[in-house]
Design a protein around this ligand. Structure first.
Ligand SMILES: NC(=O)c1ccc[n+]([C@@H]2O[C@H](COP(=O)([O-])OP(=O)(O)OC[C@H]3O[C@@H](n4cnc5c(N)ncnc54)[C@H](O)[C@@H]3O)[C@@H](O)[C@H]2O)c1
Length: 421
C-alpha cells in the first residue's frame, strides 16, 4: 500500500517517536495533539520527550512533519495512528475517554482505504468492541471492507540505548487478515520486523502479557527482598548467581515500587476485563498489592535506620536521590518517589531531593526543596535514600559522604553506614 499521509493522534512518549520515524521513512506526517502547547513546541523544533532530541524534531520538521491541535486543519489521511493515554478511572478501571475521542476524530478523517492503527495499551476487545463501532458510526464506512483497522502495541522502553522503535519487532493484529496486510505494509517501512498476531485481540493481549509478566516478577523479588533481609540472605547476590543460568531464568531486581505509565496501570486493564467474567486475576491483584506496599516499606526502613542511629524521623533531614520512575530519564509518572516523600513528610521529616533530570518537584502541590550542590547536600543530610541510580551519580562518593544511606536499588556496596533495602 503506497501510503503517503500519516496522522499521529497523541504526540507523547509513544506518538512523537513514531511521528518522527514515519517522517524519516518518507511519509507526509501530521501530528494531532489536544495540547496546543505541545503542538506549538514541536512546530518550534522543541521536544518534550526523553527519547527524541530537538535535532530529531528539527529533522522531521524539515521532512514535512507538522503538529496541530486543531482538527479542522487536518484533511483525509491514508494512515491514522492513535497514541493517546489510557489512564485509570476513579474506580481504578480503564478510562478510555481519550481513545474514544481519538477514534471519533479518526472517523471524521477516514476515507475508503485508510488504515487505522490503535497503539494505546488497552484490554483485549477494545479495537473490535469500542474503536471499530466508533469509526464506523462516525465515517459511515465498514472496518475490514472500506477501511483497515488494527491494534499494534507500542513496546517502547524509554531510555533504552539498544532497542527503539525501529529494531523492536512490531506486532500487528488486524480486525481482518486484510487489515493486518495493510498494517504490515505500513509498519514494514518504519520497523525492521513486523510480527502478525492472529487478530487484534491477541495483539492487545500480547502487550498486557509483557507488562503483567514484568509486574508479577518485580513483585516476586520485592516480596523476597523483605523476607531475605529477615533471613539474613543477600537477595542481590542470589539473583546474580541465579542469572548465570543460561536458560529458563530472567533476572528482576527489587526496588522502591513500580512507576511509569505501563507497569502500575496496564495490568489493571487486564484484571478489569477478567473481572467481567466473574472472577479475579489473582496474580495481578497480588502484584499490585505487593508493589503498592513498597513505598511504605521504604519509609519504614528509613525510619528504622534513623532510629538505630538515635535520630527521630521527625525533624530529620532526608535527601531523596533520583525521583524519576526509571534510571536516566526525566519521566516522573507514577514514580514511587512521590508516595515515599509524602509518607516521610507526614512523619515530620524535612525532605529534599536531587535529580539531574528534574529541575522542580512538587508533592501534593507543595514544592520539595531541590539540592543543587549534590556533594554538600549528601553530607548535610541525616539520611540519604537512593531511589534511582542515575548514571550521573558517583555512587562510591555518595556512599563515602552520606552519614547514612538507604540503597533501594542494591547498587552500593554495603558498609557500616550503607544499608540495602
Ligand atoms: N510511555 C511509554 O513508555 C509507553 C509504552 C508503551 C505503551 N504506552 C501506551 O501508549 C499510550 C500513550 O502513552 P504515552 O506515554 O505516549 O502518553 P503521553 O501522555 O506521553 O502522551 C499522550 C498525548 O496524547 C494527547 N492527547 C490526549 N487525548 C487526546 C486526544 N483525544 N486527541 C489527541 N491527543 C490527545 C496528550 O495531550 C498527550 O500529549 C498509552 O496507552 C500508554 O499506555 C506507553
Amino acid at each position: 500500500m503506497p501510503a503517503q499521509d500519516v496522522l499521529v493522534i497523541g504526540l507523547g512518549y509513544v506518538g512523537l517517536p513514531l511521528a518522527v520515524q514515519a517522517a524519516r521513512a518518507g511519509f507526509q506526517v501530521t501530528g494531532f495533539d489536544t495540547s496546543a502547547e505541545i503542538a506549538a513546541g514541536l512546530n518550534a523544533g522543541r521536544s518534550h520527550v526523553d527519547d527524541v532530541s530537538a535535532a530529531e524534531v528539527g529533522d522531521a520538521r524539515a521532512r514535512g512533519l507538522r503538529a496541530t491541535s486543531d482538527e479542522a486543519e487536518i484533511g483525509p489521511q491514508d494512515v491514522i495512528v492513535i497514541c493517546v493515554p489510557t489512564p485509570l478511572s476513579q474506580a481504578d478501571g480503564p478510562d478510555l475517554g481519550a481513545v474514544r475521542a481519538a477514534a471519533e476524530a479518526a472517523g471524521r478523517l477516514l476515507r475508503p482505504g485508510t488504515l487505522v492503527s490503535l497503539e494505546s495499551t488497552t484490554y483485549p476487545g477494545t479495537t473490535d468492541e469500542v474503536v471499530a463501532p466508533l469509526l464506523e458510526k462516525t465515517s459511515g464506512l465498514t472496518a475490514g471492507i472500506d477501511f483497515w483497522l488494527v491494534f499494534s502495541p507500542e513496546r517502547i522502553d524509554p531510555g533504552n540505548p539498544v532497542y527503539g522503535l525501529v529494531n523492536t519487532p512490531k506486532i500487528v493484529g488486524g480486525v481482518t487478515p486484510s487489515c493486518a496486510d495493510a498494517a504490515a505494509a505500513f509498519y514494514g517501512r518504519i520497523c525492521e520486523q513486523v510480527v502478525r498476531a492472529a487478530s487484534a485481540r491477541e495483539a492487545e493481549m500480547a502487550k498486557l502479557l509483557e507488562n503483567t509478566y514484568r509486574h508479577v516478577n518485580i513483585a516476586l523479588v520485592n516480596e523476597m527482598a523483605i523476607f531475605c533481609r529477615e533471613l539474613g540472605v543477600d537477595l542481590h547476590d542470589a539473583i546474580r548467581c541465579a542469572a548465570t543460568k543460561p536458560f529458563g531464568f530472567q533476572p528482576f531486581y527489587p526496588g522502591p515500587g513500580v512507576g511509569g505509565h505501563c507497569i502500575p496501570i496496564d495490568p489493571n486493564y487486564l484484571s478489569y476485563k477478567v473481572r467481567t467474567l466473574g472472577y479475579p486475576f489473582r496474580f495481578v491483584e497480588l502484584a499490585q498489592e505487593i508493589n503498592g506496599r513498597m513505598p511504605a516499606y521504604v519509609t519504614e526502613r528509613a525510619a528504622e535506620l534513623l532510629n538505630r542511629n538515635s535520630k527521630p524521623v521527625n525533624g530529620a533531614r532526608v535527601l531523596l536521590l533520583g525521583v524519576t520512575y526509571k534510571q536516566d530519564i526525566a519521566d516522573q509518572r507514577e514514580s514511587p518517589a512521590r508516595p515515599i516523600a509524602r509518607k516521610l513528610r507526614g512523619r515530620g521529616a524535612a525532605v529534599s531531593y536531587h535529580d539531574p533530570y528534574v529541575p522542580a518537584w512538587q508533592v501534593d502541590a507543595q514544592d520539595v526543596p531541590r539540592a543543587r550542590d549534590l556533594r554538600a547536600a549528601v553530607a548535610a543530610a541525616d539520611l540519604v535514600v537512593l531511589l534511582q541510580a542515575h548514571q550521573d551519580y558517583d555512587l562510591e562518593q555518595i556512599a563515602a559522604t552520606a552519614p547514612l544511606l538507604l540503597d533501594t536499588r542494591g547498587v552500593v556496596p554495603a558498609g557500616p553506614r550503607v544499608e540495602a533495602l
